[in-house]
Ligand binder design. Structure first.
Ligand code: AMP
Ligand code: ZN
Length: 470
């Protein structure tokens, strides 16, 4: 299966070709573990998961690295503000190490509940300080750094194509700097590789280095750790679009300065999850977590379904109403799968018919054209409604789609279908009793009540069936 992805570097859809045949090396910027991930962050990890599944579906072995940032990420990406971990420690009274451990576990719990396949490696920044120091030394030896006010800075003026990912031209970099300027910086866009004095006071995590005791800047961790696990050149680097202008721009500058050659071939960025007309973000308080969705009765897989309904390069507008619609569709899908399993004795076709193959072909086409998951969902429902297809074919096609959709439908328990609220189960039971007693008036009334509650009742020769009204 040939793949085409939109590459932010070049702003075009391009054929995907790996450096090493059959192996795709993928690095995705991961969480800063100072708080729970919000569902906007989780959109980014869900996008990474779809990408990884598609690469595997297309036959690649995928080396998937996601970093855990447990030091060095300031509240402002531009070296301003306070370390997010230190801030959280001050606010909660817990140690930075305890906070990191707690929220790293919370991150894994979240991604597991969303059926996100765990990355091959999840390196922690604090376990890789030596690799970061080695890279800064390499940059120093090549003349890309300077020391000022106790910090080591990367000098962007030594890097002729600085800003190529964000399409920033040099004039713009010198003239229009609206960012707060650290007076130590020669160019306002220079960035810190190693902090010593300037942010030192409240920092609990510090290490010895050739430049004094201190801690690394945020950007250096991704360069050092990706190269350790994937090599000095690799295939794909991912992250949210907010990373294009600073974080990824700086990662590229320092990585290519260190090695003297191109670093990453494909840059893929997911758009934001939007709520109340603004980007979902912790800093503005405009955010929700999986736990808060659970309080409203939503399962993590409802959110997974919801995100699949939007293309990863489009903004996705979140509301409880649209999540409810996704939840109904997700439940309906699960119910259909349970029914198909029942009808076929859980035996999908081993060879899908020619009519069925058309759906598989379309599915692959949607994915290979820049991961078009909304069209995959459209194709899925079209297929399920196709009266010309047998149940065994339908089940086999669903299982094929599910390799990417990731609902684990093959192992779906009957329990899922029975996840109707007990009051609804009671209504269905009492309607069945009314029918047995030939009390048609009561049975019809109960049917209307159930419909109001979103359950459609159908009486078939094999008994009464129900579906959710989507
Ligand atoms: P952070 O922990 O802030 O570095 O964010 C983790 C990941 O979530 C990064 O790839 C961000 O770009 C991404 N991200 C942050 N906010 C949103 C949002 N509202 N929608 C989608 N992705 C986001
Ligand atoms: Zn990163």
């Amino acid at each position: 299966m040939k793949l085409n992805f939109f590459n932010t570097m070049g702003r075009s859809v391009q054929d995907f070709k790996t450096l090493e045949p059959g192996v795709a090396k993928l690095y995705c910027c991961g969480p800063t573990v100072y708080n729970y991930a919000h569902i906007g962050n989780l959109r980014a990890y869900l996008f990474d998961d779809i990408l990884r599944r598609v690469l595997e579906y297309a036959g690649y072995k995928v080396d998937h690295v996601v970093n855990i940032t447990d030091v060095g990420h300031l509240t402002d990406d531009n070296d301003e503000g306070e370390d997010k971990m230190v801030k959280s420690s001050r606010e909660t009274g817990k140690s930075v190490w305890d906070i990191a451990e707690f929220y790293t576990e919370a991150f894994f719990k979240d991604i597991d509940s969303l059926n996100i396949i765990r990355p091959t490696v999840t390196p922690k920044a604090t376990d890789h300080i030596n690799e970061m120091i080695a890279m800064i030394k390499r940059l120093e030896e090549k003349g890309f750094t300077y020391e000022a006010g106790g910090n080591i800075y990367f000098n962007i003026d030594k890097s002729p194509d600085y800003g190529k990912l964000a399409l920033r031209d040099r004039q713009d970099l010198h003239a229009g700097a609206r960012i707060k300027v650290d007076s130590n910086k020669k160019n306002p866009h220079d960035f810190v590789l190693w902090f010593t004095r300037s942010k030192f006071e409240h920092q609990a995590m510090v290490w010895d280095s050739p430049w004094g005791r201190g801690y690394p800047g945020w950007h250096i961790e991704c360069s050092a750790m990706s190269m350790k696990y994937l090599g000095e050149q690799f295939d794909i680097h991912c992250g949210g679009i907010d990373h294009i202008s600073i974080h990824h721009t700086n990662e590229i500058a320092q990585s290519e300065a260190a090695t003297g050659r191109k670093w990453v071939n494909y840059w893929m960025h997911n758009e934001f999850l939007i709520m109340n007309k603004g980007k979902m973000a912790k800093s503005s308080g405009n955010f929700l977590t999986l736990d808060s969705l659970a309080d409203d009765g939503f399962s993590p897989l409802d959110y997974r379904y919801f995100t699949l309904g939007g293309h990863y390069r489009s903004q996705l507008q979140f509301s409880k109403e649209s999540l409810s619609a996704a939840a109904r569709a997700r439940k309906n899908l699960f119910d259909k799968v349970i029914r198909l399993k029942g009808e076929t004795n859980n035996t999908p076709s081993s060879i899908i018919s020619q009519e069925g193959q058309i759906y598989i072909k379309n599915f692959q086409e949607h994915l290979s054209t820049d991961l078009n998951t909304p069209r995959v969902l459209g194709e899925l429902w079209l297929m399920l409604k196709d009266v010309g297809l047998g149940s065994q074919d339908k089940l086999a096609i669903i299982y094929e789609f599910d390799k990417i959709l990731g609902f684990n439908l093959e192992n779906l328990e009957e329990v899922e279908a029975e996840s109707l609220d007990s009051d609804i189960l009671e209504l269905i039971d009492s309607r069945n009793n009314a029918r047995k007693e030939k009390n048609w008036e009561k049975a019809d009334k109960m049917r209307d009540i159930l419909l109001e509650k979103g359950i459609i009742i159908k009486d078939t020769p094999n008994g009464t069936e129900w579906t959710r009204n989507v």
